[in-house]
Design a protein around this ligand. Structure first.
Ligand code: SF4
Length: 242
């Protein structure tokens, strides 16, 4: 496997490439992509916390069991932790996630001075809303962006998951040592500032699909990749017939 190289040297060349790749991947995977969630932002936050390193079907079942047992987030917040843990048992590490979710709900209640609710984030700018969420202990840029974009708030904040990150790194949009957390600001800066939530969602989904369906972790299918001509990693890989 070739090694990752330094990113493209100028901001303009990285931006041009990011948008050209966006167009090709959106065409390849069929954008615009329908949003999959209509949750309010707090429900989305809990759902994202449950989904960490968990298969989708398992975190979905944990979420459904949790809301069936506790109809309000205040009830989840105030319940005995063992009962919350039991309700979310289909997800990974319920013993860690139950107290974590309750702590997040308590922190939100205290800071908002009332019921658990995050709809007020719609009144803030994207950076302000992200900063508010990321000031909650344990909430990072991927979670904050997912809450704002995937929930019914539909705010144009871009999450970067492991697939998106890998594709961006191989394309040379970010450097080989840039982790997922730091990649958020660098990749978001390449997007036109007037893009709406659907465009940002399409960008994230298209890169993610490419990671899932072509740019695999171990053996990327560079020979059939629609952005091979833009990818130094793939070109080296194809030239040495890995
Ligand atoms: S050419 Fe290969 S490494 Fe580059 S984006 Fe395509 S599949 Fe990934």
């Amino acid at each position: 496997m070739p090694s990752l190289r330094a990113p493209d040297t100028t901001f303009d060349s990285r931006q041009q490439k990011a948008l050209l790749v966006h167009d090709r991947l959106c065409a390849e995977y069929g954008a615009p992509f329908p949003f999959f969630s209509t949750k309010d932002p707090l429900s989305e936050l809990v759902s994202v916390l449950l989904s960490h390193r968990t298969r989708n079907q398992d975190s979905h079942r944990a979420y459904q069991q949790l809301v069936a047992r506790f109809p309000t987030w205040e009830q989840v917040r105030d319940a005995p932790t063992e009962e919350v843990q039991e309700a979310i048992s289909p997800c990974t590490w319920p013993e860690q996630k139950a107290p974590r979710i309750q702590a997040v709900l308590r922190e939100i209640s205290e800071r908002c001075g009332g019921p658990c609710d995050l709809t007020f984030l719609a009144e803030k700018s994207v950076p302000e809303a992200r900063a508010w969420l990321e000031s909650i202990s344990g909430v990072g840029p991927k979670t904050s962006a997912a809450v704002l974009l995937f929930s019914k708030l539909r705010i144009a904040a871009m999450p970067v998951d492991s697939h998106h990150h890998r594709v961006a790194q191989r394309l040379g949009l970010i450097g080989p040592k840039v982790g997922e957390g730091a990649a958020h600001a660098l990749l978001a800066a390449l997007l036109p500032p007037d893009w709406d939530a659907q465009q940002v969602y399409d960008h994230h989904e298209a890169y993610m699909y490419h990671g899932q369906k072509c740019c695999y972790f171990h053996t990327p299918a560079c020979g059939r990749c629609v952005v091979l001509d833009q990818c130094p990693f793939g070109q080296e890989r194809v030239s040495v017939k890995v």
